[in-house]
Design a protein around this ligand. Structure first.
Ligand code: 2AM
Length: 185
């Protein structure tokens, strides 16, 4: 059965991506997210039967959340303690509509019968992955330097169903469908 590795995300406008990519430093052992791929994941679906794509897209057209302004500010790491694996930029506490959107996306996907690995939602934009061999202190220095980072807030007007292909040079993300944020009729 052919599968696709899918996720639902909010794409960031070029201006925000540029501000985030300006934080990147050539540190050995940190693999920075390609600037054009910077995004906020709402839901990772994993490998899904490719034949289900249209059903999932149809379900997502039923999401009704109004556009909202999202701040992009602060930096942090996952896991918060112990060796860092992921460096991220935050979105404050997240706009209430961000959580509403995540909830509606989950409800829409669950209604198709898809099994979701529901876990705590920690909205973030992954900036880079820390690999073995990163110099000790590099992550701490990055966090210290960019703790007060703040990009211009942006208006989230849509979300996307995306395909992630794992390639030798890293994951390549391609939007499959875009859904406008809109109030319920
Ligand atoms: P993140 O790094 O912003 O959390 C596409 O693969 C996106 O889905 C990734 O950029 C990642 O978003 C998220 N993702 C990948 N693998 C995941 C997993 N096993 N569990 C949850 N989210 C995952």
């Amino acid at each position: 059965m052919p599968t696709e590795r899918l996720f639902v995300a909010i794409a960031l406008p070029a201006s925000v991506r540029e501000q985030l990519a300006a934080l990147y430093e050539p540190v050995r052992g940190i693999a920075w997210t390609r600037p054009e791929q910077l995004h906020l994941t709402l839901r990772f679906l994993g490998d899904v039967d490719a034949a289900l794509g249209e059903t999932l897209a149809a379900a997502l057209t039923r999401v009704r959340v109004e556009p909202f302004v999202l701040p992009v500010a602060g930096t942090g790491v996952f896991p918060p303690r112990g060796p860092a694996r992921v460096l991220w930029a935050g979105v404050g506490h997240g706009h209430p509509r961000l959580h509403q959107l995540r909830q509606q996306v989950d409800d829409a996907l669950l209604a198709t019968g898809l099994a979701l690995d529901v876990r705590f939602f920690r909205p973030h934009v992954t900036l880079g992955r820390v690999q073995a061999g990163a110099p000790p202190g590099a992550v701490a220095q990055f966090l210290k330097r960019h703790r007060a980072f703040e990009a211009a807030p942006f208006r989230a007007e849509s979300f996307q169903l995306c395909v992630s292909e794992l390639k030798a040079g890293g994951a390549v993300h391609t939007p499959k469908r875009e859904f406008a944020l809109q109030r319920s009729r």
